[in-house]
Design a protein around this ligand. Structure first.
Ligand SMILES: NC(=O)c1ccc[n+]([C@@H]2O[C@H](COP(=O)([O-])OP(=O)(O)OC[C@H]3O[C@@H](n4cnc5c(N)ncnc54)[C@H](O)[C@@H]3O)[C@@H](O)[C@H]2O)c1
Length: 330
C-alpha cells in the first residue's frame, strides 16, 4: 500500500522517532518510512499498541524499538538521541476512556507531550510533528470544521489534545522549532485495534459481522463522521515530516477526506460488503461525543500539499479484507 512516493525530500538515512509506533497509526507511518529508506526508532510502552504491529520490522536493519514510557523524561531523552525529526503519535486515545480515567489521559497526553517536546528541543531536533484530533472542535456547531474556529472541549481527551496545540504554539514562540499538529478525523484501516472496551466502532462492526453477531450502535446512528483511511493520515505525516516551507510550521491542520457518512451508513456499507443480514442494536448515546463531524481540508492542501488518495469507499474494502484475514488466522 505504501510503495508510492509521498515524500518531498529524501528520507534515505533520516533518523525519525515515531512515538506510539506500535499503535495503529504509528505502525503504518513506520512501515512507510522504512520502505522508503528512513531509519526509524519507535518509543512505545505497549499500553494500547501491540508487538504484532511491529513484528515485521524487528529484523529490519533500520528499525529500533525502545519499550519506554512518555511519562518518564529519561525515556524521552534516550529516544531523541541521534534523531532528525519526531513523529509523535503516542497518547491514550478514546473519549470514553478519558471520562473514566482522566488522570492517566492527562498524565500521558499532556505530561508526556511536554516531556517529548522538551527532550526534542534539548536534543536540537527542530521538526516535531504531532497527532492532534478533531475532538478539539468540541461544541463548535458549524460544518465543515475550519482550523481557526474551535469551541469548548467536550471530554478530558479533547482537553489534552487542545492543550497539546497550546503547548506547541508556546514552544514555537519560545524556541526555534518547526511544530506541525495534525487534527485527525476518525482514521480507519489495517492495524486498528478491534478488541477491548475502547475499540473504535468500525473494526468492532467488522468483527461482529464476521462472527455473525449484532453490534451495538450508540444513539440513533445518524451522527456522522469524516471517516479517513489510514493511507491519507500517513501521507499527511510524511508531508509534515519532510516539507520545507516555513509558512507550514507552527500550525495545526485538519487531516480527513472531506466527506461525511453516518454511523448507520457505515454499518450498512460493511454489512452489504460482507453480505450479512444482521440488524445492529441501538443503545443510549455516549457521553462526550460530538454529533456531526466534517473537515475542511483546504489548509492542509494549500500548505502541506496534502491530497488524500483514498475515499471512504476505497478504504473500506481494504480494511474489511485485512480484518477478514486477521480473524481467520485466529
Ligand atoms: N485513530 C483515530 O481515529 C485518531 C483520531 C484522532 C487522534 N488520534 C491520535 O492519533 C494518535 C495515534 O492513535 P492510534 O489510533 O494509532 O492509537 P493507538 O492506541 O493504536 O496508538 C497509540 C500508541 O501510543 C502508545 N502509548 C500510550 N501511552 C504511552 C506512554 N505512556 N508511553 C509510550 N507509549 C504510549 C500505545 O501503546 C500505542 O501504541 C494518538 O495521539 C491519538 O490520540 C487518533
Amino acid at each position: 500500500m505504501y510503495q508510492q512516493v509521498l515524500h518531498k525530500s529524501s528520507l534515505a538515512h533520516r533518523h525519525i522517532l515515531v512515538t506510539g509506533g506500535a499503535g495503529f497509526i504509528g505502525s503504518n507511518i513506520t512501515e512507510y518510512l522504512l520502505l522508503h529508506g528512513a531509519k526509524v526508532r519507535v518509543l512505545d510502552n505497549l499500553a494500547t499498541g501491540k508487538r504484532e504491529n511491529i513484528s515485521d520490522f524487528l529484523d529490519h536493519s533500520g528499525f529500533e524499538f525502545i519499550e519506554g514510557d512518555l511519562r518518564n523524561p529519561n525515556d524521552c531523552i534516550r529516544a531523541c538521541i541521534g534523531i532528525d525529526a519526531v513523529c509523535h503519535q503516542a497518547a491514550i486515545g478514546s473519549v470514553p476512556r478519558s471520562i473514566k480515567d482522566p488522570i492517566t489521559t492527562n498524565d500521558v497526553n499532556i505530561g508526556g507531550f511536554v516531556n517529548m517536546l522538551t527532550a526534542a528541543k534539548d536534543a536540537g531536533i527542530k521538526r516535531f510533528v504531532y497527532a492532534s484530533s478533531s475532538s478539539v472542535y468540541g461544541d463548535e456547531p458549524n460544518l465543515p470544521k475550519k482550523e481557526d474556529r474551535i469551541g469548548n472541549p467536550l471530554s478530558p481527551y479533547a482537553v489534552t489534545k487542545f492543550t497539546n496545540e497550546v503547548y506547541a504554539s508556546v514552544f514555537s514562540r519560545c524556541f526555534d522549532l518547526e511544530l506541525i499538529g495534525l487534527r485527525y478525523f476518525n482514521i480507519f484501516g489495517p492495524k486498528q485495534d478491534p478488541d477491548g472496551e475502547y475499540a473504535a466502532v468500525m473494526p468492532l462492526f467488522i468483527k461482529d459481522l464476521i462472527n455473525n453477531e449484532a453490534p451495538y450502535i450508540n444513539g440513533d446512528g445518524e451522527q456522522s463522521r469524516d471517516f479517513t483511511f489510514i493511507h491519507n493520515a500517513v501521507q499527511a505525516n510524511i508531508l509534515a515530516l519532510t516539507i520545507d516551507n516555513s509558512l507550514a510550521y507552527n500550525q495545526a491542520y485538519n487531516i480527513a477526506f472531506g466527506e461525511r457518512f453516518s454511523i448507520n451508513q457505515m454499518y450498512d456499507a460493511i454489512r452489504v460488503y460482507l453480505q450479512k443480514d444482521i440488524q445492529a442494536i441501538h443503545r443510549a448515546p455516549r457521553a462526550g461525543d460530538i454529533r456531526d463531524s466534517l473537515a475542511d481540508i483546504s489548509k492542509a492542501q494549500d500548505l502541506l500539499g496534502y491530497k488524500p488518495q483514498f475515499s471512504f469507499e476505497n478504504g473500506l474494502p481494504i480494511t474489511i479484507e485485512y480484518f477478514r484475514k486477521i480473524f481467520a488466522q485466529g
